[in-house]
Write a protein that binds this ligand. Structure first.
Ligand SMILES: Nc1ncnc2c1ncn2[C@@H]1O[C@H](COP(=O)(O)OP(=O)(O)O)[C@@H](O)[C@H]1O
Ligand SMILES: [Mg+2]
Length: 465
């Protein structure tokens, strides 16, 4: 127990106050002659000392209590003093102790709530930026810092988000208190699209926050939207072209060339060619849509790729011969099955070999290689494998300029549109290949040297029984 520190002045005042009635009574007695002065002085002396002894512990305890309350108010973790000497003080001290305990519990609860809220705000996938009425950033969450940089606090919003429309929307919300939803784009460091919801609190928070901006990165959504629109436009265009040509020939055959036998034969030949092109296009579109529909179910049958490759190469004997090309296969013995769907994998071989023959030089060579490999490409689908089956198709042709490689597998992408249409491509072959390989959780790489040729290599997981 702490020794009570008794402030002398307080003690003196208390003793004087306590003994003052006796002092007054004795003064009256002395004045009225009931008591002689010296007796009164002695008596008062005794009363003074007795009052002092009586009040000393009380003042001491009270001053300890006062110190305790003072420390508590300063948010210090203190031990309550043990004050048992006087009943009232003891009660008071007990009550204070209870107050302290309940207060500490409440404080802990509040701290927990605050921490939980911080964690929640921080781990929210949405981007959160909170600003004050001057547009200065007060708080952000982790998602916001990941996109806009680490030191955001105290910066002005306009230093962080370079988009006039967005900034004026925030200003408008601050001004008229009406929440808004805006879509905006930033160009730096990379192009990104966001959907932002801006809300203003009626009263500022303790930190001065008045406006909360929640942002969603919709870059991907936007590009998918754009791709879908492009796709419909492209597909319509591709179908319209042969259709217009067929219609033109029908009109000619009905009119000017009605009785022209040689022209009829020629035109019907072209019409059949165009109809075939349309059919091919529609078949490709249907394949693509089927693959996309099933994109999330991984095919699991055991497929003997060697048989698939041999069968597909049979189909290309004629076209290869027409260009005087040597078509050969190098297939490793005892190749394990791959996990997949035979028809789709046949389509992969078909499209890759078809391209190699289409885009390869006359009198050149096309080689298909099938083997096990442990040299895996950088691809997330390859992360859990140490060995996979590799299917590569090599041609000797003009190759593909480097700058086109990233977009080569997009739907309807062609390096040279006019020329590929001549050789009868739909521009969907590689998109189908990519779709099938992705669905099989495999990987594909393209290696190409301009003027020499290209190698398309697919990597497929091995079937484990
Ligand atoms: N082996 C190859 N050599 C050179 N260019 C190729 C090869 N394979 C594909 N390409 C290019 O990629 C484009 C897209 O291929 P693909 O999707 O199969 O469409 P296409 O129907 O035109 O063959 C082709 O138009 C062509 O420009
Ligand atoms: Mg093709």
């Amino acid at each position: 127990m702490k020794t009570p520190y008794v402030p002398f002045a307080t003690l003196l005042k208390s003793v004087l106050l306590l003994s003052s009635p006796a002092l007054i009574v004795m003064a009256i007695y002395v004045l009225m002659g009931f008591m002689i002065l010296s007796h009164a002085v002695y008596a008062y002396g005794i009363i003074f000392i007795a009052s002092g002894l009586l009040i000393y512990p009380f003042v001491g305890n009270m001053s300890l209590l006062a110190n305790y309350v003072h420390d508590l108010s300063q948010d210090k973790r203190v031990q309550a003093p043990d004050l048992r000497f006087i009943a009232t003080v003891a009660e008071l001290s007990d009550a204070l102790k209870k107050l302290q305990t309940s207060w500490e519990t409440k404080k802990k609860q509040m701290e927990t709530i605050i921490t939980e809220r911080e964690i929640l705000v921080d781990t929210l996938p949405d981007i959160l930026v909170m600003v004050n009425d001057e547009g200065k950033i007060v708080r952000t969450n982790r998602a916001a810092r990941a996109i806009f940089g680490q030191n955001l606090a105290q910066k002005h919003l306009r230093e962080v988000i370079d988009n006039g429309y967005m900034l004026s929307s925030v200003e408008a919300v601050i001004r008229d208190l009406k929440g808004r939803e805006v879509e905006f784009r930033i160009e730096e460091p990379v192009i990104r699209d966001f959907l932002a919801i801006i809300e203003r609190f009626p009263v500022p928070s303790a930190g001065g926050i008045t406006t909360v901006i929640t942002m969603n990165d919709i870059t991907e959504l936007k590009s998918v939207e754009q791709m879908r629109a492009d796709f419909v436009a492209n597909a319509s265009h591709e179908i319209r072209t042969p259709l217009a040509s067929i219609k033109g020939f029908i009109e000619t055959l009905q009119g000017p060339a009605k009785d022209d036998e040689p022209a009829r034969t020629e035109f019907l030949g072209i019409m059949l060619e165009q109809a075939n092109r349309m059919q091919q296009l529609i078949n490709d579109l249907l394949s693509l849509s089927k693959i996309e529909m099933n994109a999330h179910s991984v095919p699991t049958d055991p497929v003997d790729l060697a048989t698939v490759v041999r069968r597909e190469l049979e189909h290309f004997k004629r076209p290869a011969m027409d260009k005087n090309m040597r078509l050969s296969a190098q297939i490793q013995d005892n190749l394990p099955n791959v996990k997949g769907e035979a028809n789709e994998l046949a389509q992969v071989v078909h499209n890759l070999v078809g391209n190699a023959i289409k885009y390869g030089y006359r009198d050149s060579e096309v080689t298909v290689t099938l083997k096990i490999t442990t040299e895996l490409p950088q691809d997330i689908n390859m992360r859990n494998h140490t060995r996979v089956v590799m299917l590569s198709v090599r041609d000797q042709g003009e190759g593909i300029p480097k700058q086109h490689l990233p977009r080569l597998m997009e739907r309807f992408f062609r390096v040279d549109s006019a020329r590929t249409r001549e050789v009868g491509g739909t521009g969907l072959g590689l998109a189908i290949v990519k779709g099938i390989i992705t669905r099989h959780r495999g990987a594909i790489t393209i290696d190409s040297t301009q003027g020499e040729g290209s190698v398309f290599t697919a990597f497929l997981p091995i079937y484990e029984a």
